[in-house]
Ligand binder design. Structure first.
Ligand code: GLU
Length: 547
């Protein structure tokens, strides 16, 4: 068959000579060892932890080597495309400080390898597909969805590997006449790779993360151009990574299974292969088993979750780095204040198998990270979150800056000293401090019975002076305790618990719940100082009424 003629029939018209692209997108002028990496999300509107996981690795490797990290949008699948998705990707990654040097919608970048949206590169993919057809390495396939699913069923029933290959590749050996006939009948077609591989043969491959592995040669005649002339991921990524001069592809390990296809495509296209590193998946402990994080079951898979909940981005990054690089944790223990960029991230230290993602661990890290902030920094962080995600009421808290700073100083403790670690996220912190702004709904139940409770509240209201210092105030609490049958000193209570209704701490708890709604708070005397006498008395009075 005359393959050149066939190529012209299938993809008619003038295409630039392939050398044109080599010239248009020349190798990058970068120092030796500089890596060019990328993030290549599909604009599905769902950007997830797996994306962040590889984004951090790619970004670190590029920038630590003096290279380039770019953003490419893989929008070849229109069915999955969602409006505003690129903006969402950019916002999500910006939150985690992922800096792109060039790419889709990166302002101020030179973008010499543009366009960065795959749909805008359609002509180039077709030019290369046409060349493969002309060289007898690709062919048209007219099989319908129905015949392909029937094939799959047959293969499954016969316990054969499913797919379009070898004897099952019905269109692989169509004659020129048969093709002409189908074209004349206007049948839609896709372009498939005519695989030259042999599944009996193994290929040794060095994965930058997994190390030395062996893969089986590809023999699947995969689709390279769909019937609308738009390429598949396999084909587009090979052309793009070559012409965007990517040197290292760190991507999720779900792509490892397709690696043989990619090896064959690079070879057929005559492109040198970039280095690949397949990053382990994020797993979750679910009872006795470990499973992959799931979109349906685990809200924490979505990056939107972290912004909405108000996770402190450095905390998430610290946790991601802990999971990504085995020596990060030790480095961070020694350098807790250092910018994360100063950690010498290496691909070699990336985990080879599934990393366990644990929200509790992240929450612990978040508490530590937030405890490092000054009250002013915390205020700025809360503000940023509340402006986007807070309720109207929460936005209101932020208007009283001076008051809020007092609250934060109390709730966080003095900078430089041992800090309290009450805050996990902005959302949780806002809920936690709500009682300073409103008579919060009672969260915790009283443990002391009603009559005694009322007696405590009354005695307190009678003796309370706003000007009392902490010691005097506590002295009065002890007196109240003693007068109502509670031990004024803890040690007395411990020695003889039967002899008392409780201790002075139970008395304080009644007061604490009455005023704040909570059984656990920072120092109660300071809370009352911040609330002021009027508010304190009003809350006690209300608690007595409700009692
Ligand atoms: N578009 C692919 C994805 O979102 C990119 C994979 C890659 O990084 O090459 O999974």
């Amino acid at each position: 068959m005359d393959y050149r003629k066939l190529a012209e029939k299938l993809l008619p018209g003038e295409y630039p000579p392939l050398a044109f692209y080599e010239e248009k997108y020349p190798p990058r002028d970068l120092p030796k060892g500089a890596q060019v990496t990328r993030l290549a999300p599909s604009p599905t509107g769902f950007i997830h932890l797996g994306n962040l996981f590889v984004a951090i690795a790619n970004e670190r490797v590029a920038h630590l080597s003096g290279g380039i990290m770019y953003l490419r949008i893989e929008d070849t699948d229109l069915k999955r495309k969602v409006d505003g998705a690129v903006e969402a990707v950019k916002n999500a990654l910006k939150y985690f400080d992922i800096r792109f040097d060039e790419g889709a919608e990166i302002e101020g970048a030179k973008n010499e390898y543009a366009p960065y949206y795959q749909r805008e590169r359609a002509e180039m993919y077709r030019a290369f597909a046409k060349d493969l057809i002309a060289r007898g390495l690709a062919y048209p396939c007219f099989c319908t969805e129905e015949s392909l699913s029937a094939l799959r069923e047959k293969q499954t029933a016969e316990k054969k590997i499913t797919g379009y290959y070898g004897e099952y590749a019905a269109c692989r050996n169509l004659t020129e006449e048969q093709i002409d006939e189908k074209l004349k009948a206007g049948l839609p077609f896709v372009i498939r790779l005519k695989s030259q591989g042999n599944p009996e043969r193994k290929i040794a491959f060095r994965d930058r993360i997994k190390g030395d592995i062996t893969v089986t040669e590809n023999d699947q005649d995969v689709v390279i151009l769909k019937s609308d002339g738009i390429p598949t991921y396999h084909f587009a990524h090979a052309i793009d990574d070559h012409f965007m001069r990517t040197t290292l592809v760190i991507r999720g390990e779900e792509w490892l299974a397709s690696l043989p296809i990619h090896l064959e495509l690079f070879q057929a296209l005559g492109f040198p292969l970039p280095a690949y590193g397949h990053n382990c998946s994020l797993m979750k402990q679910d009872g006795e088993t470990r499973r992959k994080l799931s979109k349906r079951k685990d809200p924490e898979l979505s990056l939107e979750f972290y912004r909405q909940e108000g996770y402190y981005s450095r905390a998430v990054k610290v946790y991601m780095l802990t999971l990504l690089n085995s020596n990060f944790e030790e480095w961070y223990l020694k350098n807790p204040e250092s910018p994360l960029q100063s950690f010498k991230f290496t691909v070699e230290k990336m985990g080879k198998s599934g990393a366990l993602f644990d929200l509790d661990k992240l929450n612990d890290i978040s508490k530590n990270e937030l405890a490092k902030l000054s009250a002013e920094e915390m205020l700025a962080f809360l503000k940023g979150w509340a402006e986007e995600f807070g309720t109207e009421e929460q936005k209101g808290y932020l208007k009283e800056e001076e008051y809020l700073l007092k609250v934060l100083n109390l709730c966080m403790g003095t900078a430089g000293k041992k800090r309290r670690k009450d805050f996990t996220t902005a959302k949780q912190a806002m809920e936690q401090i709500a009682y300073f702004f409103r008579k919060g709904a009672r969260q915790d139940k009283y443990r002391t019975e009603k009559q005694t409770r009322n007696a405590i509240l009354k005695a307190f209201a009678d003796s309370y002076r706003y000007s009392d210092d902490a010691q005097t105030w506590f002295g009065k609490l002890k007196e109240i305790a003693a007068s109502l049958g509670f031990a004024a000193e803890m040690k007395d209570y411990k020695q003889n618990p039967e002899g008392y209704k409780g201790s002075v701490s139970d008395v304080a708890e009644v007061l604490r719940i009455a005023v704040t709604g909570r059984a656990n708070t920072p120092d109660l005397w300071t809370i009352l100082q911040i609330l002021g006498e009027k508010e304190t008395r009003a809350r006690i009075a209300q608690a007595q009424e409700e009692s």
